[in-house]
Design a protein around this ligand. Structure first.
Ligand code: UD1
Ligand code: CA
Length: 485
């Protein structure tokens, strides 16, 4: 995600302003809008990450609604991308986008270029912004614009030479907000995206001249365009045709639409890298998915955090895989849940996992390990060739090579207060329905009889049976019902 964009060294310093004070009423949510998640990251996190890709010197976030929560979230976001300084400024009350940026002005140095972004516009690509920055060049006002078939509600780009006639490519004269626009101006289909790049010193002078004499009684940031024109500063419109990059999130419907657009892009990228997806519309990547050659992924899989899939890995339908390394040739059968969380999970070469397997943090599976249905593995190492094929639990265990761990067996790793380790040495066979009460070691090559509760360590090669001895009573007559009188 943190791919740096080329050419950043040869330009004025970039400071980014992120507007994030708005209310987001239409989300109908307690959570501030910019903290809603897209592809597993807060909307605002996407924007902050993009600022990181621009190699911004400083990021100034403008908060208002839900400021405490947004600022707390920002503090942890900056931790991940510490290459810029992050400053929050409050905008209270919210009197418009111009008023918002006015609050940020004291935090901006005069020598830089300011890129204005919105916390609720998550999918702008850094490359697009690099073009905008280039268009600004440190001395012009550059506006990111878009043609829209239905531009209602947006600010219109008014160009010289009769924009009302439509599509004129003359110099930008002004941005007119929809509510302030004449009928003729409302015919204009080129809209302002809400994103601009502007020299900081000029921006500050223009901000000081804003008023709220307009249809909404707001201080419009977009009014700086007419000041630029009046001051003889060139205004350039940099038009893109990819609406997703400038789409804002105002409602759950728009959030879901952008999520799907984002996921489809990820799917396309994966397929371009050679990954075979059963259906590009049915995969979700919430983080970074790294794939070697000849990976195939069936429908409805979700990848979370950092996941890497080695050559030839096959992922069955309906798997959820988070923070895991799956090595070459491994097969993950349908409905498997792998969650490495902070400790990670590794699945070795040629391993067979699932269906219906659950691998939890710290599961380290060697080559050719088999984990079958309804088997849970947590914080355990299984050496090459070990198998647990049915209905079992391995927690805090070290399992040697070629161990066969029977159906229904569990490690009792928790005594109610502390966790203890179970060691099962190489070539052990653990029968079905055993309880291995940790701490305990099963010596190499040993066998544990089915149904045993093992509380003491066993010697290598030993057969251990720990259960009630079977008794059989010959010719035993079952009780009979008394005949009804
Ligand atoms: C703004 C532009 C409009 C453009 C549109 C693109 C202005 C006056 N108009 O419209 O030309 O077509 O974006 O989406 O700038 N915000 C604050 N404080 C405020 C007001 C807004 O932080 O007082 C934030 C919002 O949270 C949001 C962003 O600024 O992230 C844009 O605000 P929004 O109300 O969506 O934009 P509009 O004014 O409708
Ligand atoms: Ca508004």
């Amino acid at each position: 995600m943190q791919g740096k964009v080329e050419g950043a060294g040869t330009r004025p310093a970039v400071d980014v302003v992120i507007m994030a004070a708005g209310k987001g009423t239409r989300m109908k949510s307690r959570l501030p809008k910019v903290l809603h998640q897209l592809a597993g990251r807060a909307l605002l996190q996407h924007v902050v990450d993009t600022a990181g890709e621009l190699m911004a010197r400083k990021v100034v976030a403008i908060t208002g609604h839900g400021a405490m929560e947004v600022e707390a979230a920002l503090a942890s976001m900056a931790g991940a991308t510490a290459e810029f300084t992050l400053q929050c400024v409050r905008q209270e009350p919210q009197l418009g986008t111009g008023h918002a940026v006015q609050q940020a002005a004291p935090a901006l140095a005069d020598d830089g270029m300011v890129v204005v972004l919105s916390g609720d516009v998550p999918l702008t690509q850094a490359n697009t912004l690099m073009h905008l920055i280039k268009a600004c060049g440190g001395d012009k006002l550059a506006l990111l614009t878009l043609e829209m078939t239905n531009p209602a509600g947006y600010g219109r780009i008014v160009r010289a030479g009769g924009s009302a006639e439509g599509g004129a490519e003359g110099a930008v004269q002004a941005i007119v907000e929809h509510k302030d626009a004449t009928d003729a101006q409302r015919q204009i289909t080129e809209i302002y995206s809400g994103i601009m790049a502007v020299p900081a010193a000029q921006l500050k002078r223009w901000l000081a001249r804003l008023d709220n004499q307009n249809a909404q009684g707001e201080f419009y940031l977009t009014d700086i365009v007419k000041f630029a024109v009046a001051d003889g500063v060139a205004v350039v419109g940099y038009k893109i045709d990819d609406a997703v990059q400038v789409a804002g999130v105002n409602s759950p419907v728009q959030l879901a639409e952008l999520e799907r657009a984002y996921q489809l892009r990820q799917a396309r990228r994966l397929m371009e890298e050679g990954v075979r997806l059963a259906d590009p519309a049915r995969i979700d990547v919430r983080g970074d998915l790294l794939c070697a050659h000849d990976v195939s992924i069936d429908v409805n899989c979700i990848f979370i955090g950092q996941v890497s899939l080695g050559e030839g890995v096959s992922i069955g339908a309906h798997c959820v895989i988070a923070n895991a390394v799956i090595e070459a040739g491994a097969v993950i059968h349908p409905f498997t849940h792998i969650d490495g969380e902070k400790m990670g999970v590794t699945v070795g070469t040629g391993a067979l996992i699932g269906p219906f397997a659950r691998l939890r943090p710290g599961a380290r599976l060697g080559a050719e390990v088999h984990i079958g249905n309804f088997v849970e593995v947590k914080n355990s190492t299984l050496a090459a060739g070990a198998k647990a094929n049915h209905l079992a639990y391995l927690g805090d265990a070290t399992v040697g090579e070629r161990v066969n761990y029977g159906a229904g067996s569990i490690t009792a790793n928790y005594d109610g207060a502390n966790k203890h380790r179970t060691v099962i040495e190489a070539d052990v066979h653990v029968g079905s329905n055993c309880v291995l009460v940790a701490p305990v070691t099963i010596g190499a090559g040993g066998t544990v009889g089915g149904g045993s509760t093992i509380t003491k360590s066993t010697e290598p090669g030993a057969l251990s049976v720990a259960r009630g001895r079977q008794i059989s009573i010959a010719n035993w007559a079952r009780p009979k019902k008394a005949p009804k009188p």
